[in-house]
Design a protein around this ligand. Structure first.
Ligand code: ADP
Ligand code: MG
Length: 687
């Protein structure tokens, strides 16, 4: 049956049409809710419940407590106001509770003096609710409620408090909520889908929660809503997955024209790990199949993803197709190119690079070669999908460090060919349950094994006070030929809060390491790339590089064997693990030193211990998730990940699985489609 249009119309109503709202408040709501429809309000969960149970006396009430108490108004002095007075004095109203204890109600805003004082007539009792501040007598500043004794009911004993923003009071939230739900009562009828009725009932319980416990992730109604939300997302993913396999998306089978791989394997100085081999089998199966590949390869830093991608590209070349390898930065594109080009040359495959640096004739020649189909493997940055770049027969797109790219970018590159195979590489290990829900329309391969014979990185934590000793030890290693990364969380310590800053650290370290380089996000990109390239160059004498996390992404510096991370407690574990992966790539013993600040918490130290004890990216990611949540792990804000309203990966693991299963079985019918609309994940998907 589906959602009736009357309900849908109400859910889509602009909040400005709610009584007492109007365009100004509606746009303030939009800032907080991320939308300005009734639906957006409904999906905004209160954070906690403030109890306003009635107290008899202020005696013994701690400062900072919110109380609701009957008070007798005794006296006040109305301060003089005059146009020349910049700030009127506060108005202090002296009151007494039932036991005779004095309390002062205080107002600062002289503009509303008369309004307030009218509510507090001398000699009468009023029910007052607000926060008690210390004082002799104690003070309530600007009470949130003042009601006559007959109207006590107007003060909510349990007030749901919403996450709010500028210019929106909790009273406004309550007003909007009350109106929305009373309207919903009249719109939803018994004849409606029972799931629908139950869903709105759960929303009602959450918005009118009686205690903070009722808003916890595992409370009855929040978990119900969380399930609905997960079901919506999982159904969307399942549909998009099914769409991939429809008739119109079938690939035309390719016929092998050359033989490159045999020769390539013979020349390879090592043999592939079992994990690499298994993942390649999975990739080949996809490439040979008639459904476009959508595969994500996850592997810890150093697990050898690049070679896997290269082999996939060679296979595509054997079949006459072109491969585009998309790297997130110029430097990484250069690095890939430097490694891959010689191997391609060896096999007689034309390999090229295309970045923003290519201009004029040079660029035109490269484009011509791509258009003619002569170039079989092209490596580059976003320049690869500029409008004027055409491919003769693009068959495979490889996206390195894929979480740095939006889905749109990925799709616009794929659109350069017909039913192009997609291979994404990611070094951020994501626990399986999570990746299923995040990348649900992709197949996932995991390289869970590192090439043999690699020495594990020795990781230690050290208080910042030991920095000088550390520098001396590093000096020795550098004299012996080592290269060192030195990471600071900030570019500049603007607020003087004592967090390590790259610029001042570079100044200091240059006294000891005169060739030390510096890269950070506030430098022009070209300059940054130049310094990084110099450091990465095996033969350069830049022995130390001070950097912010701009170097996080897969840069490969073979001689780098030491990484120092300052204020390590301020980073997420997954980020630290990524950073650590910048060393330990060669055959020499590598070290990671986590420097922690004076303010580190015991928990913070425990987190660093996880890193000292394990080198397994999946274990670390799992820990990070448990401790800090999805957003932190993936850097949600910039990458367009799903932001849930009710679901929480840490708290609702079982629900994630249940929802994924239900969506796969597709036994959820029309209801799930309604949920997709409610949770806004059905827009780009045709069922
Ligand atoms: P990542 O997964 O971090 O992208 P890379 O593909 O850059 O890892 O590989 C790291 C290093 O390990 C490279 O120098 C690569 O040549 C090497 N390597 C890859 N696979 C193997 C293997 N099976 N045996 C030995 N070395 C390997
Ligand atoms: Mg890599």
């Amino acid at each position: 049956m589906g959602m009736r249009s009357e309900i849908a119309a109400f859910l889509n109503t602009d909040l400005q049409f709610i009584k007492g709202v109007g365009p100004v408040l509606a746009s303030r709501f939009e800032d907080v809710l991320g939308g300005r429809r009734v639906l957006d309000f409904l999906l905004h969960k209160p954070a906690y419940v403030r109890n306003r149970d009635i107290a008899e006396s202020v005696a013994g009430v701690d400062a900072g407590t919110v109380i609701t108490i009957p008070l007798l108004i005794k006296s006040y002095k109305k301060p003089k106001t005059a146009p020349w007075m910049k700030r009127a004095r506060a108005i202090r109203v002296l009151c007494a509770d039932k036991m005779g204890n004095s309390v002062v109600i205080q107002f600062f805003n002289s503009k509303f003096v008369d309004y307030w004082l009218e509510k507090l007539p001398i000699g009468q009792w009023r029910m007052v609710s607000g926060k008690i501040e210390a004082g002799e007598p104690p003070v309530i500043n600007h009470p949130e409620f003042i009601e006559t004794m007959e109207n006590v009911k107007k003060i909510p004993t349990a007030q749901a408090i919403y996450p709010s923003g500028e210019g929106l009071t909790q009273k406004t939230f309550a007003n909007v909520r009350d109106q929305i739900f009373s309207k919903l009562d009249s719109v939803i009828s018994d004849s409606d889908d029972e799931y629908m009725v139950e869903f709105f009932d759960a929303l009602r319980h959450v918005h009118f929660a009686k205690a903070s416990d009722d808003l916890l992730p595992n409370s009855v109604y929040v978990s119900k809503l969380a399930y609905c939300e997960l079901l919506a997302h999982q159904t969307a993913i399942a549909i998009s997955r099914r769409n991939r396999t429809t008739q119109k998306n079938k690939k035309i089978p390719r016929i092998q024209k050359h033989n490159y791989l045999d020769k390539f394997y013979k020349a390879l100085p090592f043999s592939l790990t079992n994990a690499q081999q298994r993942v390649l089998d999975e990739i080949f199966k996809d490439m040979d199949g008639d459904i476009p590949m959508m595969r994500l390869v996850q592997g810890d830093v150093g697990s050898g993803k690049t070679i896997v991608a290269l082999i996939a590209a060679l296979k595509m070349a054997e079949n006459g197709g072109q491969t585009a390898l998309l790297a997130p930065t110029d430097t990484l594109a250069q690095q890939h190119f430097a490694k891959i080009k010689p191997m391609c040359d060896n096999l007689g495959i034309v390999c090229d690079i295309l970045t923003g640096r290519d201009k004029g004739v040079n660029r035109r020649e490269k484009l011509t070669s791509l258009r003619s189909g002569r170039t079989k493997v092209v490596i580059g940055t976003h320049a690869l999908f500029s409008d004027d770049v055409e491919y003769k027969d693009l068959g495979l797109v490889v996206v390195d460090e894929q979480h740095r790219f939006g889905v749109n970018q990925r799709e616009s590159l794929r659109a350069k060919g017909k039913n192009v195979d997609l291979l994404a590489l990611s070094a951020t290990p994501i626990p399986r349950t999570l990746s299923m829900t995040m990348y649900g329309d992709m197949d996932i391969s995991i390289i869970n094994e590192k090439p043999a014979g690699r020495l594990p990185i020795k990781t230690t934590k050290l208080p910042i006070a030991r920095t000088n000793d550390l520098i001396l030890r590093i000096k020795q290693q550098v004299d012996d030929g080592a290269k060192v990364f030195w990471i600071c969380p900030l570019v500049q310590d603007e607020n003087g809060i004592g967090t390590a800053a790259a610029i001042s650290r570079h100044e200091m370290l240059r006294q000891i390491f005169p060739t030390a380089g510096l890269v950070h996000g506030q430098m022009p990109k070209a300059e940054r790339d130049k310094v990084m390239a110099e450091f990465a160059d095996n033969d350069s004498d830049m022995s130390l590089l001070v950097a912010t996390t701009v170097i996080e992404v897969g840069i490969d510096v073979p001689r780098a064997s030491i990484i120092v991370i300052e204020n390590a407690e301020q980073f997420g574990l997954a980020a630290l693990h990524q950073l650590r992966g910048r060393v330990g790539r060669g055959k020499i013993q590598s070290y990671c030193i986590l420097l922690y600040g004076y303010n580190v918490s015991p928990d913070g130290l425990k987190r660093l211990d996880v890193l000292c004890e394990t080198d397994d990216g999946f274990v670390i990611a799992e820990q990070d998730l448990m401790m800090r949540g999805v957003g932190e792990l993936l850097g949600t804000r910039q990458s367009g990940w799903i932001q849930y309203h009710f679901a929480d990966w840490r708290e609702h693991r079982d629900l994630f699985k249940l929802a994924a299963r239900a969506a796969c079985d597709d036994n959820t019918g029309v209801w799930a489609r309604d949920l997709m609309n409610i949770f806004g994940c059905g827009e780009n998907i045709s069922a």
